[in-house]
Design a protein around this ligand. Sequence first.
Ligand code: NAI
Length: 469
Amino acid sequence: MSDVQHDVIVIGGGPAGYAAALYGAGAGLDIGLVENRWIGGTCLNVGCIPAKELLETAHVYRTVRGAADFGINSSEPTVDWSVTMTRKQAIVDQLVGGLTGLLKGRKVTVYNGSGSLGTDHEVSVTGGASGDLSISARNVILATGSQPRTIPGFEVDGSLVVTSDEMLSIERLPSSAVVIGGGAIGCEFASMMADLGTEVTILEALPQILTGCDSDAAKVVQRSFKKRNITVRTGVMVQGHSPDRSGSSTVVTFGEGESVDVELVVVSVGRRPYSDLLDLVGTAVVVDERGFIEVDDLCRTGEAGVWAVGDLIKTPQLAHVGFAEGMLAIKDILGENPLPLDHLGTPWCIYCHPEVAFAGYTEDAAIAAGYEVVTSSHRFIGNGRAKIIGETDGIVKVVAEKLPDGTGGRILGVHMVGPWVTEQLGQGYLAVNWEATVDEVAAFIQPHPTMSELFGETILSLTGRSLHG
Ligand code: NAI
């Protein structure tokens, strides 16, 4: 028999879980939220937020170093890493505090402990400050997130070998580092460390860094990294590493007998779903061989009345996808017949320097899906505002359906690399998801001078006429 009954129990307090809790409570549901570590999950505590804070520190450093170009003279800047870490933690703590207050304000009951699901929607809460208890609900949402993957030969010790979890709290910046995996996490850490003076080598197994991005966009990032002395090696496998006697550096072996001697190894080879403590015995919830929970397009598991959302399921592992899935599950619980999410249109934002942002088909994916496409790319080097801020590396590329006269029809994909593109993607995202055509979007005025003019220019040129390009 359970001690407490709720309308909905959410297990996991990261973006997917807390979105479900806040949204559900806002709709009048009585919610219990079970979390065994920290409210805010990976995103707030050891993911998006602290990583972007460190990237912003790198941005400030770059700006101060380049200040003389603007006629602002200052002495060579130095990095006080302890101040950076304190600032990062203060931002994390404020956001976690704010979220905790929001949950309280909406009368969500938060249980501190590990939640596991048994039969009849019974959730056991154990091992935390709330003590051991059994709670139940008509509906259960599983949202226990993911953990960094590791690879054999690179056991994480927190000093020589780290994942993003430890990296975000390292005590000092290394003078040299290897980043294994050139995905979003790898490129963000590589960019941050390189800007702050670390000699960085990225070792990526696949032929391109940032797999999943349009290949033209990935090439721009790779060229920019090269200019900043980041060594990018693609198509190489790592074998292992041998620390020196003092344990202050290690030799990483890779490829055909190559090696590099570094002070830090950052393992960023993906994240695995974290369903380990959920138990699920006696339920019809299906976990696949990689640990992902199987769901339908409304995030329903095999067990009636049980949903799974966020990094625990095989959809893009992004906080904003988690938010959307948490809200989707609540709408389904409320019987509102929600539409499934269209993950092809998901906005992606990667915060390395230069930033990357995109939504919709890449050129290759559109062709593979059977579209006849026309594309246009414009470079930030020709954009007034980009020149003014002194950041001209980057492009906007639009992929559109090709009309019989060779001009662009429906906008299939928008790909951006460059300054503040994570903040500029909005109109590209809307164009793709609204299934807008080139002509429709070209009719809108872009404010001048802005970097977003480049998007307008790129769209305009797909009409067959253009202004500057
Ligand atoms: P990822 O899957 O994006 O990239 C991992 C990379 O490691 C891949 O390119 C893969 O080919 C490579 N790799 C795997 N095993 C390897 C090996 N043994 N040697 C060399 N390379 C190897 O994973 P990542 O970057 O760790 O990120 C995890 C998740 O978090 C992703 O889904 C990512 O999209 C998400 N994320 C998103 C961010 C953003 O959108 N700004 C920021 C951080 C994470």
